[in-house]
Design a protein around this ligand. Structure first.
Ligand code: NAD
Length: 509
């Protein structure tokens, strides 16, 4: 076992970024001071005033160019992501692909999503209604370290496309990916004042940021999410919370075991298990149990772990020593309380530093273990045998969280039937992580997994202030004047009759 790496540390002015897989110093980045935030916000607001009036085609031009730059500068993007996270090249690539997909989706659908909607008026023919979407103004985003490029810039794209300026505070462990994303957007033609990356800790920058913006989009832990929501509520401004999960996978009769195991490997060990929608518990029907456990153990043991900027590694390190220790605490606690290790285990993989945790499968887990209910957020999964589909559903739903779930069954139809019974913001049938690439549907959590969602029309609309403009015919006092008809018993009767008839007239409902 080689020596461990130090996590990034902040001084008031400078932040040292460290590669957690190697312990190497990567860069020194200047921090933003808390008392600078309000001046930065003022400048961003000034720039937003004209950006908000810029026609869609000009905003789209920036987004399109940014999309293309992602591919032209792919190596630089992947190197940057890997250097501050220690993750594998493949995991870094998934970030680039998802950011490009987000850009592509909003380029194709953003204009329509932002268009003024004609709606039904209060009375047919003589009144009308329109819903107009305006940019909120200044959007704040606070993001975590697990997907620093994707989460750093993914939500900023629709926010900017909707005509906002953005203040983005990435995790203090991984600021460089967000800074690079900003550089690419500036190269694509974005006014530098429209997107600022605030570098530093949440303790220093969280409050001034929330106090300066018109909307706050938070992605991170439940504990911090609560603080962010409280601060947002005090102003009040709207906020979205994309929080953690304890995501279940159900393997039911009829499922193809090999395919389900392949899904498990990706769902649980992609990004070294540091994926909010990743799988941490698997309920396997007794019929498939022996085959599944054997195949999963063999496949898990064959995963390649280490540090490489090539494509020869499946899992990299975890993001920091502290986090690896937290994951090992869950594992140690489970083993001490009687869990059986069927692959991986507590030992640090040979020749690697302590930021690496072996991909691990556990059976014989039970209530009272830390990993039974808390999010582990590492490559540690528990497998449990269930006697029926109903038991699998009941146990899957027995959680504080409700972010993502995965169902493997005899057919898509059977899988979807089970999916509807799960309390989760998203469910993948024959897949574990598919939701992240499904840009046309909302992705968000229920229960303690969050409030609000990214992606889909909702992912654009949340960055807009909705305004309803209703118009009446002008004659005789307009709509309100109609009430004047009810100034006599006869007038009131006529009005009531007319209103009663409305339900029966097609086009008037
Ligand atoms: P975290 O809550 O510790 O930090 C997230 C961000 O909040 C960081 O930028 C941090 O600096 C900032 N922050 C810390 N204290 C703050 C404060 N008082 N006020 C404002 N901001 C503050 O989370 P993390 O450890 O970086 O990320 C891991 C968590 O994120 C996991 O729980 C994971 O499930 C969750 N996550 C959720 C999603 C999702 O889409 N639902 C996606 C990725 C990660």
């Amino acid at each position: 076992m080689t020596s461990t790496t130090a996590p990034a540390t902040a001084t008031p002015e400078l932040l040292e970024v460290v590669n957690p897989a190697t312990g190497e110093h990567v860069a020194t980045v200047a921090c933003t001071a808390g008392d600078e935030v309000s001046a930065i916000a003022d400048r961003a607001r000034e720039a937003q005033a004209s950006w908000g009036r810029t026609p869609w085609r000009e905003r789209a031009r920036v987004l399109r160019r940014f999309h293309d730059l992602l591919f032209e500068r792919a190596d630089e993007v992947l190197d940057t992501i890997q250097s501050e996270t220690g993750k594998s090249r493949r995991d870094a690539l998934s970030e680039l692909i998802s950011v490009a997909g987000t850009a592509r989706y909003f380029l194709a659908h953003g204009r329509r999503q932002l268009a003024t909607r004609r709606a039904r008026g209060a009375l047919p023919w003589v009144t009308s209604a329109r819903e107009v979407l305006h940019p909120r103004g200044l959007v704040g985003l606070i993001t975590p370290w697990n997907f620093p490029f994707l989460l750093g810039i993914g939500d900023a794209l629709p926010a900017l496309a909707a005509g906002n300026a953005v203040l983005l505070k990435p995790s203090e462990l991984t600021p460089r990916s967000a800074l690079l994303a900003r550089d690419l957007l500036l190269e694509a033609g974005l006014d530098p004042e429209l997107l600022h990356v605030l570098v530093g800790t949440g303790a220093e920058l969280g409050a001034p940021l929330i106090d300066a913006v018109d909307y706050i989009g938070f992605t991170g832990s439940l504990a911090t999410g609560r603080l962010v929501a409280q601060r947002a509520a005090a102003r009040p401004i709207p906020c979205s919370l994309e929080l953690g999960g304890k995501n279940p996978m159900l393997v039911l009769p009829g499922a193809n075991v090999d395919q389900a195991v392949a899904g498990l490997l990706l769902g649980s060990f992609a990004n070294a298990g540091q994926t909010c929608i990743g799988i941490e518990r698997v309920y396997v029907h007794a019929e498939l149990w022996d085959d599944f456990v054997t195949a999963a153990a063999t496949a898990t043991a064959s995963l390649r772990q280490g540090w490489s900027t090539g494509w020869d590694v499946d899992l990299g390190s975890l993001a920091s020593n502290d986090h690896a220790e937290r994951v090992r605490d869950h594992l140690r606690d489970a083993i001490e309380r009687g869990a059986t290790v069927v692959a991986g285990g507590l030992d640090v993989p040979e020749g690697l530093p302590e930021t690496f945790v072996a991909p691990t499968l556990l059976t014989d887990t039970s209530d009272g273990m830390l990993l039974q209910r808390e999010e582990t957020f590492g490559p540690v999964v528990r497998l449990e045998r269930v006697a029926s589909e109903a038991e699998a559903i009941q146990r899957a739903n027995d959680s504080e969280y409700g972010l993502n779930a995965s169902v493997w069954a005899g057919s898509r139809r059977a899988g979807r039937h089970v999916a509807r019974q799960l309390v989760a913001g998203s469910v993948g049938v024959n897949s574990t992580l598919l939701i992240y690439g499904s840009f046309d549907v909302p992705m968000g959590g229920t229960r303690a997994s969050g409030i609000g969602a990214r992606h889909g029309a909702q992912g654009m609309r949340r960055f807009c202030r909705s305004q309803s403009i209703v118009s009446s015919f002008p004659q005789r006092g307009g709509y309100e004047g109609l009430l004047g008809l009810a100034d006599s018993p006869r007038g009131a009767l006529l009005l009531l009759r007319a209103m009663r008839t409305l339900r029966r007239i097609p086009g008037a409902r």
